[in-house]
Design a protein around this ligand. Structure first.
Ligand SMILES: C[S@@+](CC[C@H](N)C(=O)[O-])C[C@H]1O[C@@H](n2cnc3c(N)ncnc32)[C@H](O)[C@@H]1O
Length: 228
């Protein structure tokens, strides 16, 4: 019975954000996740420069633009072509490849205030494989931060929960003053997807990028409400 109810809630919520995205001219429902995250955690300031990884079709780019203009600079990267959006630069490429990383560093040519990653692997339905691929993408997003994020900068990153998440969280905690795990209302309630909100980047100083594997007890995940 509870499962059926959860499913009903999920479908209604899915439909609600889908219709709202159409009405407000957002390219994806995902826009509302970033809006809710920004409203709660205060990610953007006018004039910020933003790198958005996994940016297609562009819902997060639209939100980043709205919240950093005037003066903001935004660049989106994706494997897939991103329909042009005025005032936003895009790179088509795989961020796990050196050529894409180099193009990003060269084109951006400076440091970013915010790195976003909504990257997701193609879902296979095999939970452990999807989780492992998500963790790999998160590691690349962290690598982008090490190269391009300003001291005191912010990272908002999607992750699929699983046993490899805690070591990743530990690495993030070495790099940032604050790391919070959050599930916005616009995420599907049954999804294993969470967003990691990291603030106060320490920059590379004092961080050994070849960190030893951290093995500690996994934090408790609140089954109903998720994190935070
Ligand atoms: C959930 S979608 C992003 C939605 C986007 N945030 C929006 O609001 O429109 C995830 C994206 O991650 C991209 N992606 C996955 N792996 C990637 C990689 N290695 N390099 C670049 N983009 C990647 C996919 O192509 C896909 O478009």
């Amino acid at each position: 019975m509870a499962d059926l109810h959860d499913r009903w809630v999920m479908e209604r919520r899915h439909e609600h954000y889908y219709k709202l995205a159409k009405k407000l001219n957002y390219r994806s429902r995902a826009s509302f996740k970033l809006i809710q995250i920004d409203n709660r955690f205060g990610i953007f300031k006018p004039g910020d420069s933003v790198v958005d990884l996994g940016a297609c079709p562009g819902g997060w780019l639209q939100v980043a633009k709205e919240r950093t203009w005037p003066g903001g600079r935004i660049i989106g990267v994706d494997l897939r072509y991103i329909r042009p959006l005025e005032g936003v630069e895009t790179i088509i490429g795989d961020i796990t490849e050196d050529s894409t990383m180099l193009e990003l560093l060269e084109r951006f040519g400076g440091k970013a205030d915010v790195v976003l990653s909504d990257m997701a692997p193609n879902i296979t339905g095999h939970y452990s494989m999807d989780h492992a691929r998500s963790m790999e993408l998160c590691t690349y997003a962290m690598d982008v931060c090490d190269r391009i994020l300003k001291k005191e900068g912010k990272l908002v990153m999607k992750a699929f929960m699983g046993d490899m998440f805690y070591p990743l969280q530990k690495k993030l905690e070495k790099r940032f003053q604050s790391v919070r795990v959050h599930s916005p209302d616009a995420s599907r309630p049954t999804s294993s997807e969470v967003y990691v909100i990291c603030r106060g980047f320490h920059a590379k100083v004092g961080i050994d990028l070849r960190e030893p594997k951290v093995e500690e007890k996994e934090p408790e995940f609140r089954a109903k409400g998720g994190y935070i």
